[in-house]
Ligand binder design. Structure first.
Ligand code: NDP
Length: 333
């Protein structure tokens, strides 16, 4: 099998040097084990946190061990009665072309229901993040204004569309003109702001949100968020989902104090991790799948080809190279 190990912990922006490719033979399958062939590998911003050893909600990756993440794989050999040869599964697996599993934590997926990559996106972790963050924390009501940052990514695209389903005015913030077109065209966002080319994001937001902001779904943090807070309405809700603009900073980030705004507007600001809602995942996937089936929820994937491209695809997340969910296609079933 070929593997990608964490070679060293990044300081600031990660680079290729932080990853190492190795090749080795796998041992023979033991009773209860399955041999898995990776088909689609998910690269996700949270992995940047696990590459560091700073305190976080997920344990750090170990140096010189394979990076782990969401993978869709095929059972190509089985000595486990639960998983027949040919079964397609999703699970937290090592970045390896082939891996051995005892079957724990694997979810069997139906390749006929949706494209395989969807189980790592809209019907997987990012889709559920959007679903529970928006519905449970944002609690959107018809006519309210929702701002979402990181709007053209795996989570953001789903947040904005669910907000539209709920009858909200939706304003997305993302980093390219193509993404603007995509958000306002195919996805039906009311307004989109390109933070890379707009000189005054605060003024652009004010123009895009004439009735203020009721819900802010924050995927990026930093200066983009600083521009949103002054527009909060009374009883606004802020779902703090991600802070990608700060993941590679090497100094302590500072910004304006937001507490006076939260106090004046009596707003709720809540951080969350998708796993907090694990007991309701089944219900969430069911509703997401129904929206996808009905054509109410569009879904974009940026698929890079080849196991060797996994580190580059991951690094591309920090340069905005993806629209929708970034995946790497490694093999076909
Ligand atoms: P995306 O698909 O949105 O990919 C990342 C995107 O972030 C890029 O395409 C880029 O788009 C944008 N970006 C990168 N660097 C910056 C920057 N410095 N400032 C502003 N935008 C930037 O990733 P996901 O949808 O998977 O994740 C989105 C966020 O949600 C992340 O912060 C992630 O950590 C978080 N998350 C949190 C979870 C939770 O449980 N709380 C679970 C899953 C994700 P652009 O072109 O717009 O710059």
């Amino acid at each position: 099998t070929r593997s990608i190990l964490l070679n060293s912990r990044p300081q600031g922006m990660p680079t290729q040097e932080n990853f190492k490719f190795t090749e080795e033979d796998l041992p023979e399958l033991q009773e209860g084990e399955v041999l898995l062939k990776a088909l689609y590998v998910s690269v996700d911003p949270y992995m940047r946190g696990r590459m560091s050893d700073a305190k976080s909600y997920a344990a750090p990756y170990k140096v010189h061990e394979p990076i782990m993440g969401g993978i869709v794989a095929e059972v190509v050999e089985s000595r486990n009665n639960q998983y027949k040869k040919g079964t397609i599964v999703e699970g937290r697996l090592p970045w390896q072309t082939y891996s051995i599993s005892q079957g724990k934590g694997l979810n069997v997926i139906d390749p006929d229901l949706a494209p395989l990559g969807y189980y790592l996106g809209v019907l997987g972790m990012p889709g559920l993040t959007a679903y529970f963050g928006l519905l449970r924390i944002g609690d959107p009501k018809e006519g309210e204004t929702v701002v979402v940052s990181g709007a053209a990514g795996a989570v953001g695209t789903v947040v904005g569309q669910i907000a539209k389903i709920k009858g909200c005015r939706v304003v997305g913030i993302a980093g390219s003109d193509d993404k603007m077109k995509y958000l306002q065209g195919k996805l039906g966002f009311d307004e989109a702001i390109n933070y890379k080319t707009t000189d005054n994001i605060a003024a652009a937001l004010e123009a895009a949100c004439p009735d203020g902001v009721d819900i802010y779904f924050d995927n990026v943090g930093g200066e983009i968020s600083d521009a949103v807070y002054p527009l909060l309405n009374n009883f606004a809700r802020i779902a703090v989902c991600g802070q990608i603009s700060l993941y590679n900073t090497t100094t302590q980030p500072t910004g304006p104090r937001v507490e006076p705004i939260l106090l004046r507007t009596k707003s709720l600001m809540k951080g969350f991790i998708v796993g907090d809602y694990a007991s309701d995942f089944r219900q969430g996937v069911k509703e997401l799948a129904a929206w996808v089936k009905d054509g109410k929820l569009q879904y974009e994937q940026t698929i890079t080809d080849g196991f060797d491209q996994i580190p580059d695809a991951f690094l591309g997340l920090f340069k905005g190279e993806n629209t929708g969910k970034q995946l790497v296609h490694v093999a076909d079933p």
